[in-house]
Design a protein around this ligand. Structure first.
Ligand code: AMP
Length: 459
């Protein structure tokens, strides 16, 4: 029987699930892990490694190990986000044709969808080994705030991996689906998703008849766990510079070790109050003498280093509620998604803002893939267990409009409009006897079309 898999293609980790006999199961990889690092590497011998194998050799092969490709997908070379990643990444990001981004792996240059395709192909393989049959179709999730370029590039990645992406769905919508599917509930929920690279929040109405209606959605495609790691890296680098006068950022291998140590410290601080970061022989002093890095980071200090990042997510959540015309009291449950929601300050801040403890019933790392699998199964089954029991009503995450004279964007379909939708408007030409017009569709809140705008794009 044909199967559709659900893939959560994450910035840091990816996860694959499938519906079997009406129940969604998360599929473990060969190592027994239910999530797989979204990392790709090329060894000196020309062997391609994906997932845990890539992660394990990242320190010794930093230049040829790609992580967080999702932060680059669908973006142009000259965007500030790409510049930011390029300035800190241990691998090489270069400009390709048409202002595209290319990633070099041992002399060979790859497009970002090609790199993401390697991760998707691995997820496909994990599912095929488990199911014992070939898989051709998938539902892949993306952050709700992804624009059209980013969605298209994700679809392209699927095609390169040999998968027909039958639907792209928003991560928070998938999470709500996993949370509410088959439970016969009628409630308004907030989905707060803080992953490795992106933040998303959505407010949904779940109806007992299986209707999942998004009321509003917002987010920041450049706010996630890596920013928390960066704060720790900065703190370590500055401390080391004060003590030894050496900038560790100049050394790729040291930087990769710092990155690993920072993430590990962050994760540990979710369960302990203090961690010791110990990196022996991090660099040479230049006088043939090895220097060591050793520092203690407390949870309180870590929370101070990152308080503004958490506050930013709360501000976005407040804005989303305003956009939905709702008050905090209207939210009947909150679903936390993404590894970063295990950080106590994050959980505390969400609970304080909404005045209620988040739902404990869902697994933050698996819930999105489960939702994607449920949607996949519903799309495939005509009369199977999931058929006709799911109706997803999503919205346009960003305003859509047209460019008019003077380079201004004339909004036509406002943000948070339920799709599908259609709008019409009559425009006049700017010159007499004009027989043709160029129509530039724009997405995002930008007033002026700037090629580097974070949310704006044009096609
Ligand atoms: P995701 O994209 O949902 O897989 O989220 C991955 C992010 O969550 C990464 O930045 C991880 O470092 C972070 N993360 C995973 N586990 C924890 C934890 N226990 N505490 C804090 N952050 C975590």
């Amino acid at each position: 029987m044909e199967k559709v898999i659900g893939i959560d293609l994450g910035t840091t980790n990816s996860c694959v699930a499938v519906v079997e006999n009406g129940t969604a199961v998360v599929i473990a990889n060969r190592g027994g892990y239910k999530t797989t690092p979204s990392m790709v590497a090329m060894t000196e011998a020309g062997k391609r490694l994906v997932g845990h194998l890539a992660k394990r050799q990242a320190i010794t092969n930093a230049e040829n190990t790609v992580y967080s490709a999702k932060r680059l997908i669908g973006r142009k070379w000259n965007s500030p986000q790409v510049k930011q990643v390029a300035s800190t990444a241990s691998y090489n990001i270069v400009e390709g044709p048409h202002g595209d981004v290319r990633i070099s792996l041992r002399e060979k240059s790859h497009s970002v969808p090609e790199v993401s395709a390697m991760v998707l192909a691995e997820m496909k393989l994990i599912a095929e080994e488990y199911l014992g049959q070939e898989v051709q179709k998938a539902v892949v999730t993306v952050p709700a705030y992804f624009n059209d370029n980013q969605r298209q590039a994700t679809k392209d990645a699927g095609a390169i991996a040999g998968l027909e992406v039958i639907r792209i769905i928003n991560e928070p919508t998938a999470a709500a689906l996993a949370y509410g599917f088959g439970r016969n509930i009628d409630r308004t929920v907030a989905v707060y998703d803080l992953g490795g690279g992106t933040f998303d929040v959505s407010i949904l109405e779940i109806g007992a008849t299986g209707v999942f209606k998004v009321i509003s959605t917002a987010g920041d495609t450049f706010l996630g766990g890596e920013d928390f790691d960066s704060r720790v890296i900065d703190w370590l680098v500055e401390g080391f510079r004060d003590e030894h006068g050496i900038d560790l950022r100049k050394d790729r291998m040291a930087l990769q070790r710092l990155k690993d140590a920072a993430e590990k410290a962050k994760v540990e601080l979710s369960s302990v109050r203090e961690v010791e970061i110990n990196l022996p022989f991090i660099i040479s002093s230049g006088r043939n003498e090895a220097l060591h890095l050793q520092r203690v980071l407390s949870r309180t200090d870590f929370e101070q280093l990152t308080a503004d990042l958490v506050q930013k997510t709360v501000d976005i959540m407040r804005q989303t509620l305003d956009d939905a015309g709702l008050h905090r009291e209207d939210i009947e449950d909150v679903v936390l998604v993404g590894g970063m929601t295990r950080m106590p300050l994050v959980e505390r801040s969400v609970a304080e803002f909404l005045g209620r403890e988040p739902s404990k019933g869902v697994h933050p790392d698996e819930v999105v893939a489960i939702g994607a699998a449920i949607q996949g199964s519903a799309l495939l089954d005509d009369d199977g267990p999931t058929a006709n029991r799911v109706v997803l009503l999503d919205v346009t995450p960003q305003t859509l409009g047209m460019m008019v004279a003077g380079g201004l964007m004339e909004p036509l379909i406002p943000k948070d409009t339920t799709v599908p939708t259609a709008r019409g408007k009559t425009f006049t030409t700017s010159r007499d006897n004009q027989t043709a017009v160029k129509i530039l569709v724009m997405q995002g809140g930008a007033i002026r079309p700037t090629r580097t705008s974070s949310s704006g794009s044009s096609s």
